[in-house]
Ligand binder design. Structure first.
Ligand code: ATP
Ligand code: PRP
Ligand code: MG
Length: 281
């Protein structure tokens, strides 16, 4: 049985659970449930604190887990990203009062508050900067007002929290993060892990693409399929009226209306879009 860690709280939790449900796995119904066996799929889920997940996977106690890229790198454990999952997207950045610093190299001897000391120390060490890293659990943005730090390094999504504290980012982003599936470099059950990876990847594809169908005159089918090339190649089927064919192709959800406009302009009719419930490419 594959043993997999799932975030039980925070920004990753709901999206991770939704993705597992869409991938056909059982998910817990009660937030007090910490372990869930999905016997049908030969998998056992452990609901853990997001920060602890990389630790369990790195130690080999669990085969795989869903966590944030920033949390994985901060932990410094020997586990690697198997699949980026596209949710809980954020950047990890330095911030402070306007003008306090322009880049990481201005931070020599300064106090930096963060919940990700491993990530920050590594970033500074790479640049030969020695600074005083102050580890805090959260609400890091307040630490400057309260006088325990000169700058912070924290997760930024919309930037609202920073703005509310009168802070601005500076320097290059330290990291771009999102939810990721992680595993040991030499997983104990590679075949089972691959099934999990493929199922989650299928959910991402099903969310990213729609299925588009339309009818087009035979002589225009080459031009039409250049607009909708599909993944491998579009399906072209004969119609009862031999002057027309039906075309079916996967199209990126983003921009699908533009594609429909172009097809209609070319003469396609009966253009239909349907959601993809699940897929394996
Ligand atoms: N506002 C946010 N937008 C997107 N991702 C976020 C945000 N805040 C945290 N994250 C991501 O969530 C993960 C952190 O997990 P954590 O449990 O600390 O989440 P959290 O939302 O900060 O939880 P908590 O409510 O306990 O503070 C990291 O991968 C981080 O990048
Ligand atoms: O750029 P924004 O959209 O404002 O989001 C970023 C904020 O969200 C997270 O905080 P969270 O709410 O998890 O609180 P925490 O600091 O206690 O973890 C993160 O630590 C930032 O503070
Ligand atoms: Mg938080």
């Amino acid at each position: 049985m594959l043993r997999v860690a799932v975030p039980n709280k925070g920004s990753l939790s709901e999206s991770a659970t939704t993705m597992l449900r869409e991938a056909g796995y059982s998910v817990r119904r009660d937030a007090k449930e910490l372990v869930l066996v999905d016997a049908d799929n030969d998998i056992e889920f452990f609901y853990l604190r997001p920060r602890d997940i990389a630790v369990y996977v790195g130690a080999g106690t669990l085969d795989a887990g869903i966590t944030g890229r920033d949390l994985l790198l901060d932990s410094g454990v020997e586990a690697h990203e198997v699949l980026p999952l596209g949710f809980a997207r954020s950047t990890f950045r330095f911030a402070g009062r306007a003008g306090v610093a322009g880049s990481a190299t201005d931070l020599q001897g300064r106090r930096i508050a963060t919940s990700y000391p491993g990530l920050v120390r590594h970033h500074l060490a790479e640049r030969g900067v020695e600074a005083d890293v102050v580890r805090l659990d959260g609400a890091v943005e307040t630490s400057i007002t309260l006088g325990v730090a000169d700058v912070i390094a924290d997760v930024v999504e919309t930037g609202t929290t920073l703005r509310n504290q009168g802070l601005v980012t500076f320097g290059e982003p330290i990291l771009k993060s999102e939810g990721v599936l992680i595993a040991r470099p030499d997983p104990a059950q590679p075949d089972r892990l691959e099934i999990l990876r493929r199922r989650l990847s299928g959910v991402i594809t099903a969310r990213t693409y729609v299925m588009m169908d339309y009818d087009i005159r035979v002589e225009l089918v080459d031009r039409a399929t250049r607009i909708t090339p599909g993944i491998e190649s579009p399906t072209v089927s004969p119609l009862h009226d031999e002057q027309f064919v039906a075309v079916r192709a996967m199209v990126p959800r983003v921009g699908m209306n533009k594609v429909m406009d172009e097809l209609y302009g070319l003469g396609a009719r009966g253009i239909l879009v349907t959601d993809i419930a699940a897929c394996r490419l």
